[in-house]
Design a protein around this ligand. Structure first.
Ligand code: NAP
Length: 274
């Protein structure tokens, strides 16, 4: 039996970076994706066993987000299936200060398998590979009022930590808090991008009700609207407004700054307007 590492969300923000890191080390991997063979879909547990065959360790990213209430039941079933298929170690990408994410962490912790939890703050890549990209390209970012700062973290740093945790000993039964090295307001992040691109990008905060009504008018899915509302009204309340030095400790260097992220991302031309 080969001992592969399965990367769930293997085509996503952290997964694709971890896949690259493991391939560089010539570690055999399997991508968990709806487009792979066998496919992995959180909504199709009947197929999980095929994806888990021959797998020794799993990097778990849940979709759409561990914060959604259905996550608990699915993580429980996935953990049981992994255990029944002789998986030895689970590494869970979790969120900070989210009650449902912590319930999922507990399922992994109590699984009887080796485990490591990576609790990450807001990804910088939300501005370039996720829901804020269109706003940056349109030159207009509108968000619900946020009174707190966030220690945005670079997905490259998360991936470097994950590769270490998946390939080196001494990381089992550990919870790592992965934050960047600065507490920043959303307004500052947007103006940093605008300055680097030499482009005008307006930043406006509006009340939650008005924001939700705007999302509804764009016919965005209810689940997405629920999630954004939850993250902005419950999680961004100051509970995560602190810096961790776990990345420094694990990688022997400070986490990337937002400016460093912006400089390298601008070079990819993802923010280029045609
Ligand atoms: N964004 C943040 O700021 C942040 C912060 C902290 C924690 N998190 C956590 O990060 C996790 C997401 O990780 P990520 O950002 O690396 O991933 P991601 O970029 O959101 O997406 C990963 C991949 O998941 C796959 N996917 C979508 N729906 C799926 C489904 N029904 N079943 C199976 N796969 C599906 C898609 O790949 P295919 O199309 O190839 O199937 C997608 O490329 C969430 O659980 C969230 O709690 C996020």
């Amino acid at each position: 039996m080969d001992k592969r590492i399965l990367i769930l969300g293997g085509t996503g923000k952290t997964g694709k970076r971890i896949a690259r890191g493991l391939q560089h080390l010539q570690v055999p991997i399997r991508l968990g994706s709806r487009n792979e063979n066998p496919p992995f879909n959180w909504d199709d547990p009947g197929n999980w066993q095929n994806v888990l065959a021959g797998i020794e360790k799993v990097y778990i990213t849940f979709q759409p987000d561990l914060a959604v209430p259905q996550s608990i039941e699915k993580i429980k079933l996935f953990t049981e299936t992994a255990k029944a298929n002789h998986v030895k170690k689970l590494v869970l990408l979790s969120g900070r200060g989210e009650k449902e994410a912590q319930a999922c962490e507990q399922i992994i912790i109590q699984s009887g398998l080796e485990w490591t939890i990576l609790r990450a703050s807001w990804f910088m890549q939300n501005f370039s590979e996720s829901f804020l990209l269109d706003s940056i390209l349109n030159g207009e970012v509108v968000l619900p009022t946020v009174k707190v700062s966030e220690p945005f973290v670079d997905a490259d740093d998360i991936a470097e930590v994950a590769v270490k945790v998946l390939t080196e000993p001494n990381h089992s039964t550990k919870i790592y808090e992965l934050t960047g090295s600065e507490l920043l307001s959303f307004e500052t992040t947007v103006s940093t991008i605008a300055q680097a691109l030499n482009r005008k990008i307006s930043y406006t905060e509006i009340g939650m009700d008005e924001y939700v009504a705007a999302l509804k008018s764009y016919q965005l899915p209810d689940d997405f609207i629920w999630l954004i509302k939850y993250l902005f009204s419950e999680v961004l309340d100051g509970r995560n407004q602190w810096l961790s030095n776990d990345i420094q400790h694990l990688l022997g260097r400070r986490p990337a700054t937002f400016e460093e992220y912006v400089t390298k991302t601008a070079k990819t031309e993802i923010w280029k307007v045609y």
